[in-house]
Design a binder for this molecule. Structure first.
Ligand code: GLA
Length: 385
């Protein structure tokens, strides 16, 4: 991808680019907790987005997407990002830099990537982080990974209409090879935890569905958490988010919240605790105990938080009953995308055959399988001369 992009950039724009890379992410555990300032446990993967960029001394920016085989030109002094188009992520990032007073000028940009589409590996976060990394290098802005993550998150809020948390761009910006990030979404600081799975590995199973309600349901879940916090503050005046509550408070909380809100709050509170436990089990090398937490996370996301779907439930439940699988759960926002499975390497082939057959028989579509390697976060591949 990298050498294709380099050659194609030179041919198209007749100059040599700076090239930045930012990866997609997985999440080991800690789902739908980031926007309540809770804990998450993501890692960067080997797939990502490459952005080639160079100044063009022109009053406009020329963009080219290798995936869409489409170009897009806009006046960099006056533009407005248009929703739903890939160029939004470039203009969304640039608009924020302009607003913050950073000096920018005309540039040419080429974008390419190899993140499996629709798998829930956060290709849009990777795109924004790659764009930010490239712009920072080109204009010598010295943006640190946390500011890049925040700009990326804000682009998603303002221009894509999803009120997501910080997890996806953070993992893309800070990822480290063979390490997962135990991230506290209040302080925005993380601890790197080495991941050594021995004879086990992480395998994603892509359901190849994305149900249409995903974005609106996401925003509704976030709003439900905020409503619970408001109601609970009368009784727990010191809390700012659900992250401030513990499993031992659940009996009291159940009496204070309507039955529509309680299970949602319960998910966030118990999931934060599961993340802490999971990190400890991984440090001790207890993969079995870690796997059980993964399964509990799925049950909580499905029954209490209600962000799963029949396809994901099917894939998780089949995996639980398969010998050699220590844990399986839906990953990411939900309503489609992948499950993440902790599976004995020697069983992968049998597992894939069986799961694909059964999934096809029940849903009339194939499951696809993605082996992930925990890899480095965003970086410059080809710098300024
Ligand atoms: C999406 C969002 C993240 C996070 C997850 C659920 O990936 O972008 O911020 O909330 O869903 O954990």
């Amino acid at each position: 991808m990298y050498s294709n992009l380099l050659e194609f950039f030179k041919k198209t724009f007749e100059s040599k680019p700076i090239i930045a890379f930012a990866p997609g992410r997985i999440n080991l555990i800690g789902e739908h907790t980031d926007y309540q300032e809770g804990f998450v446990f993501p890692a960067a993967v080997q797939f990502g987005i490459w952005v080639g960029i160079q100044k063009n001394q022109l009053p406009y920016c020329r963009l080219y997407s290798m995936d869409f085989e489409e170009e897009y030109t806009f006046d960099w002094k006056s533009f407005s990002p248009k929703k739903g188009h890939w160029s939004t992520y470039v203009m969304g990032f640039l608009a924020q830099l302009k607003q913050a007073g950073y000096p920018i000028a005309g540039f040419d940009m080429m974008i390419g990537g190899d993140i499996p589409v629709g798998a829930g590996l956060s290709s849009s976060a990777a795109l924004s982080v790659s764009i930010g990394t490239a712009l920072s290098e080109l204009f010598k802005l010295n943006l640190n990974p946390l500011s890049i993550s925040k700009y990326a998150q804000n682009s998603e809020h303002q221009y894509a209409g999803v009120n997501c948390g910080i997890m996806d761009p953070y993992a893309s910006a800070f990822g480290k090879k063979d390490r997962a990030l135990l991230l506290d979404c209040r302080s925005n600081q993380h601890q790197e935890i080495p991941i050594d799975l021995g004879e086990y590995s992480l395998l994603l199973v892509n359901s190849n569905v994305k149900h249409a309600l995903a974005d609106s349901a996401y925003n509704q879940r976030r709003a439900a958490c905020e409503e619970s916090v408001q109601l609970l503050q009368a009784h727990f005046p010191d809390i700012q988010t659900l992250r401030d509550l513990k499993n031992e408070n659940l009996d009291e909380i159940e009496k204070l919240l309507p039955s529509s809100l309680f299970p949602k709050a319960k998910h966030v509170i118990t999931e934060c605790e599961r993340v802490q436990l999971a990190a400890n089990y991984l440090k001790q090398g207890d993969l079995k105990a870690f796997g059980k937490l993964i399964n509990e996370s799925h049950r909580s996301l499905s029954r209490d938080y209600e962000v799963s779907c029949p396809e994901l439930d099917f894939l998780a439940e089949k995996a639980w009953n398969f010998p050699g699988v220590l844990g399986a759960r839906m990953m990411g926002g939900g309503f489609g995308g992948c499950t993440i499975n902790l599976i004995r390497k020697s069983q992968i082939k049998n597992f894939q055959e069986r799961i694909d057959n059964e999934y096809l028989a029940s849903f009339n579509r194939h499951a696809t399988f993605i082996s992930v390697e925990i890899s480095s976060g965003a970086h410059i591949i080809l710098g300024r001369d």
